[in-house]
Design a protein around this ligand. Structure first.
Ligand SMILES: [Zn+2]
Length: 240
């Protein structure tokens, strides 16, 4: 089954017609770590640290990169599409992406982009609300000896996690895709994605198999702007 979008429906980012701004807060319900690999920060007492950057108010804070959120959203929409009987290629299947330029774009590429089409969504880095530095918890793990595949109790390491209950400012822009209503197949997937983020949550970052990194959208809102004849006007708004 295929419901590919025609190239002319998707290769439309040279003109801004419609912009939907989605805002809210993400709350992590379980410990969260979006990391920078298996190496501690300089001067850190922990071996596996959360990613941090300088906040607007100058302090170093953990944050959730927009690219991490986008990856999670994309694979969730892939799963939704597959469960609906659509054939979805892997994100690294460059041949499939090339074919789409002629045969029409799959709903996933038409929303999140590919090597052949720019993304119709823009997801911003999610920072803690101003002045609220998330609390960090440390867990000590036991290293695995790779040669003998057994636990070696004398190899210990510490991992940082952001404590559950912290919040992150969320913003996502959707360009030239109808929202919240419309015949475009992307609209339905976008709504499903946001509803799922609100009700069941989605997992971001490390240790997903043990339930970590579960984030939920709270207080979600949308504002839709139409661009016509060189001017911008708000056409609708609501809550998610
Ligand atoms: Zn595709």
């Amino acid at each position: 089954m295929t419901t590919n979008l025609r190239p002319e429906e998707v290769l439309d980012l040279d003109v801004l017609k419609r912009l939907t701004v989605i805002r809210g807060r993400l709350r992590n319900e379980t410990p969260l770590r979006v990391g920078i690999g298996r190496e501690g920060r300089l001067g850190s007492t922990s071996d596996i640290t959360v990613i941090r950057t300088k906040s607007l108010w100058g302090e170093e804070v953990p944050y959730i990169p927009g690219s991490s959120l986008k990856g999670v959203f994309r694979s969730f929409v892939e799963q939704l599409a597959r469960s609906g009987g659509l054939q979805v290629h892997d994100p690294w299947d460059f041949e499939a992406m090339e074919r789409e330029e002629r045969g029409g774009f799959c709903v996933v590429c038409a929303l999140f982009g590919s090597t052949r089409v720019a993304s119709h969504v823009r997801i911003y880095d999610a920072f803690p609300p101003e002045g609220k530095v998330p609390t960090i918890v440390y867990k000590t793990g036991v290293g695995i000896d790779r040669d003998f595949l057994g636990a070696k109790p004398n190899i210990l390491y510490t991992e940082e996690f952001v404590e559950p209950g912290n919040e992150w400012e969320f913003r996502m822009d959707v360009i030239n895709v109808p929202f919240p209503d419309g015949e475009d197949p992307r609209t339905r997937y976008l709504k499903e994605l946001l509803d799922s983020l609100k009700t069941m949550g989605l997992q971001v970052g490390a240790r997903k198999s043990v339930g970590m990194g579960l984030v939920k959208l709270v207080g979600g809102t949308y504002e839709v702007y139409a661009v016509e004849g060189g001017s911008v006007s708000k056409v609708s708004e609501g809550t998610i």
